[in-house]
Ligand binder design. Structure first.
Ligand code: ADP
Length: 458
């Protein structure tokens, strides 16, 4: 307020000066009092004129965009301009900070893996993040202010929103594309609704798989158990001859073995799922694995098939868990024998592929598999011919074990087949898991040298 005193003094001075000047001039016209009043009023009006000019410049600045600084004048108008400008700049800064905060918040919501949809009191879309737009098949810009139930017509969703009972989420098929959505709504503000959506397709699929798995296991166990219970009843209620008794015991033994095999396969699968990846530096001779699976094949076949084994590429080693590799290779060989009628040929082979990877293969001249079954063979309990599988002691888990093992070793399972002609199953192991013994020895030597160099420099 440094301008207040000077301004009062200036007004007084102007009044006095005007009055004296007016009185002096008024004396000449014989009206000194009137002259003093007119003189004081005149100078006061002059002061008011300059004030109006300054006020006009300030108002002109206020009417504009205020991008330039306020008019720099002294006194009351200068301070008024300065204070208005400062208040405006502070408000602008505050608004900018608010805008930044809002945009940060929206970016965070935008990045959320869940869909977020804001609806006004009439269920019109206020805002939707990208995930919600994708879940509900909306366009976040074009569909703004549209009633959501006009665009998302899934009956369960419409009934949920209209019902207004939002304690539990609602689950319904995705409006566009395949899959399932879980949606939870919440009221906020004045009649506004927050809608959160989550794609639960994978969770549903896993739940279904788990349910199917339990149902399948129960079914697989129930059948031999029912047979066993029947035989036990027969033995305890009927007098059997020695021959009949032996036959019943044989059949009971078969069913018990079937359950044992099933439980063993289930345990193998559980172990494969729960254990760490097989080592990449434990080298197993391919020839040893081949000899073992060939021995198993001959035992199973009982000379009913021709069995040939071929190993190309010289002495080779494969890195991994010997037990797992043996189980996978034996499973393929056992399938080949079980699904090839007597007199057929089974070819077991190993070869080095041009890119350095190694391929174990089993080719048979058996019943073959129709093309449509091939993609599903590795599903648990999937059987092309259920009765043949069970008759020959199959569990429906063999190929799923094989797939698990080969994937854990970084490889792939390939199946080709033609009904009536035979099948070819191949396991391809990546180049990093396939070596010659010389290469492994060389690698070990250089690793030992590097270790001793490191020890010396320390
Ligand atoms: P299973 O214990 O029933 O043999 P697998 O998982 O090993 O289970 O195989 C799945 C299904 O694939 C088998 O039930 C069978 O129908 C088919 N299959 C597997 N290998 C062969 C093969 N070499 N020839 C014909 N069919 C085969």
């Amino acid at each position: 307020m440094s301008w207040l005193l000077p301004r009062i003094l200036a007004a007084l001075l102007c009044g006095l000066l005007g009055a004296s000047l007016g009185a002096w001039l008024g004396q000449l016209l014989d009206a000194p009092l009137l002259g003093a009043i007119v003189g004081a009023g005149g100078l006061g009006a002059l002061l008011g004129f300059f004030d109006t000019l300054r006020a006009y410049r300030l108002v002109a600045w206020l009417r504009g965009s205020q991008r330039q600084a306020a008019p720099r004048t002294t006194g009351m108008w200068g301070e008024l301009g300065y204070r208005i400008e400062r208040a405006l700049r502070q408000r602008e800064l505050g608004a900018q900070q608010e805008r930044d905060r809002l945009s940060q918040f929206l970016s965070a919501v935008e990045a959320s893996p869940n869909g977020v949809l804001l609806l006004d009191a009439s269920d019109q879309i206020e805002w939707a993040n990208r995930t919600a737009a994708e879940h509900f098949g909306l366009d976040p810009v074009r569909d703004r202010q549209q009633r959501v139930t006009n665009l998302v017509r899934a009956p369960a969703f419409v009934a949920y929103l209209q019902g207004g009972h939002f304690d539990e989420p609602v689950v319904f098929p995705r409006p566009q594309g395949r899959g399932t959505l879980s949606v939870l709504a919440q009221r906020y503000g004045e009649g506004m609704t927050l809608v959160l959506s989550q794609d639960i397709t994978e969770r549903e699929r896993a739940d279904t798989m788990r349910r199917d798995f339990v149902a399948n296991v129960s079914h697989e166990i129930r059948t031999p158990l029912t047979v066993l219970a029947g035989f036990i009843e027969t033995m305890s209620s009927l007098p059997l001859t020695e021959v009949e008794r032996k036959r019943v015991l044989d059949l009971m033994g078969q069913q018990a073995r079937r359950m044992q095999t099933l439980v063993a396969d289930l345990l193998t699968l559980a172990q494969l799922e729960g254990s760490p990846r097989p080592p990449s530096d434990r080298w197993v001779p391919v020839a040893r694995l081949l000899a073992q699976v060939e021995g198993d094949a001959r035992g199973l076949s009982q000379e009913r098939h021709r069995i040939e084994t071929q190993c190309d590429g010289g002495t080779m080693l494969v890195a991994g868990a010997e037990g797992e590799l043996l189980s996978a290779w034996s499973n393929l060989v056992s399938n080949a024998i079980r699904y090839t009628p007597p007199g057929g040929t089974i070819r077991i082979g190993w070869r080095l592929l041009p890119d350095g990877s190694g391929e174990f293969s089993v080719r048979d001249t058996g019943i073959g598999i129709a093309r449509e079954h091939l993609p599903r063979l590795t599903e648990r309990f999937y059987r092309v011919d259920g009765s043949r599988s069970r008759e020959t002691g199959g569990t429906g888990l063999g190929l799923s074990i094989v797939k698990h093992v080969v994937q854990r070793h970084g490889g792939e399972l390939h199946a080709d087949s033609e009904p009536g002609k035979g099948s070819l199953f191949r396991l391809v192991f990546p180049a990093m898991r396939v070596r010659t013994p010389e290469a492994v020895a060389g690698e070990l030597q250089s690793a030992a040298r590097a270790a001793s160099d490191a020890a010396e420099t320390r």
